[in-house]
Every structure is written in C-alpha cells, then in structure tokens.
Design a protein around this ligand. Structure first.
Ligand SMILES: Cc1cc2nc3c(=O)[nH]c(=O)nc-3n(C[C@H](O)[C@H](O)[C@H](O)COP(=O)(O)O)c2cc1C
Length: 189
C-alpha cells in the first residue's frame, strides 16, 4: 500500500470582506492539488473566528480554555507543511495572521512553511519578512516564497491567474516543501 501523502495546509491570511486573498489562495490550492505530492487543505482564517488573543496561559503550556483555540489547534495539528497566503498591510503582515500564529506553539514546531505574499510594488515581501521572523522563532523552517505584485497580475472578477514567472515560483516552493516535509515528519516522530 502506498504511504499516505503528507498534509499541506494553505492558510488564507486575510479576513477582510472583499479580500483578494481567497482568489490568490485558490490559485495556489489548485496548483498544489495538480502537483499531487500532498493532501491539500484550504484553511480560511475568516472561518476560525479567532478574537484578539484571549488565552490566559502561554500556548507553550497547551492549556487552552476557549473552544476557538481548541478548534484552531486541532486544525493546525493535522498539517505536515503549511503555506501562508498573506497580504501586505502597512509594510508588514496583517494583524489576523499574527494573531492566529500567536495562539499556538507546539502545533507549529518542526514544520516547513512557504509564503505566498501579495501587495503593490513590494509584492508583499515586507509582510513575508515580518511573518518569517515569527515563524522561524517557532522553529518552523522556511521553504521559499511566491511574491505577487497585484499591479502586474491582478485579481480579475474574483479570479487570480498567476503568470509564467509565478508558476515557476510556485513549483519551486512545492518542490522544496516535498523535499523537506518527510525530514520534518521523522523529526517530529
Ligand atoms: C490596511 C491596509 C494597508 C495596506 N498597506 C499596504 C502596504 O503597505 N503595501 C502594499 O503593497 N499594499 C498595501 N495595501 C494594499 C493591499 O496589499 C491590497 O489591498 C490587498 O488586496 C490586500 O489583501 P486582501 O484583499 O486579501 O485583504 C494595504 C491594504 C490595506 C487594507
């Protein structure tokens, strides 16, 4: 019997009504499905309904008191690798993604991650740099990024279609994740 494929979660980081993040994440999700190396899950932060961090204990203790935290913990626990799809807000990451990261600790550790970032001229890379610092501090391993300039490749009528260069970046990121994920699975075991 073939070994189960590792689970790749693609997290939609923007929770803004009218966001473009859903369309960008859908593009990457479809691409990751076609890649066939992973069980792919789309995780929508907007549906997690996480308030501003409200757990009394450091997540390192895993003594969660709120159902929303237990639910979020269960979801991220399933992941073997993650790709965060994030916008740039005020030259940094958006608040919802940082809040969601802060809720957990063990659930993130020793998992490889990629970033699909988007914005104007800086293509969301300042957001990516900011989030990377936090994720690396949680002992996640950076596998690469796909940086999207919405001025060059916009979302049109709710659909995002990456150009040739973005397709190459997305493929490179998935190759890296496919290479790293088994190593981190055995490390966690
Ligand atoms: C509060 C706010 C701040 C923003 N700041 C930046 C920025 O610093 N750099 C940038 O390239 N785009 C910036 N933008 C533009 C966003 O990249 C663009 O609106 C994008 O669609 C946001 O992602 P979302 O639609 O998925 O929420 C900002 C947008 C918002 C709402």
């Amino acid at each position: 019997m073939a070994a189960a494929k590792p689970t790749l979660q693609i997290v939609i980081g923007s929770t803004r009504p009218g966001r473009v993040g859903g369309a960008v994440a859908q593009w990457f999700y479809d691409f990751a499905l076609a890649y066939e190396g992973f069980e792919v899950e789309l995780v929508d932060l907007a549906q997690m309904n996480l308030p501003l961090f409200d757990e009394p204990h450091h997540p390192m203790r895993r003594q969660y008191v709120h159902e929303h935290t237990k639910h979020w913990s269960q979801i991220v626990s399933r992941a073997d690798a993650l790709v965060f799809v994030i916008p740039e807000y005020n030259h940094s990451m958006n608040a919802a993604i940082k809040n969601a990261v802060d809720y957990l600790y063990h659930e993130w550790r020793y998992k490889p991650f990629g970033l699909v970032c988007y914005g104007g001229g800086a293509r969301g890379l300042r957001a990516a740099q900011a989030l990377k610092l936090s994720l690396v501090s949680l002992k996640m391993f950076f596998a690469g990024d796909v940086a999207i300039g919405l001025g060059v490749t916009p979302v049109v009528e709710g659909v995002f279609d990456g150009d040739e260069q973005l397709v190459v970046s997305a493929g490179t990121l998935l190759d890296e994740l496919a290479r790293l994920t088994p190593l981190f699975q055995s490390l966690r075991a």
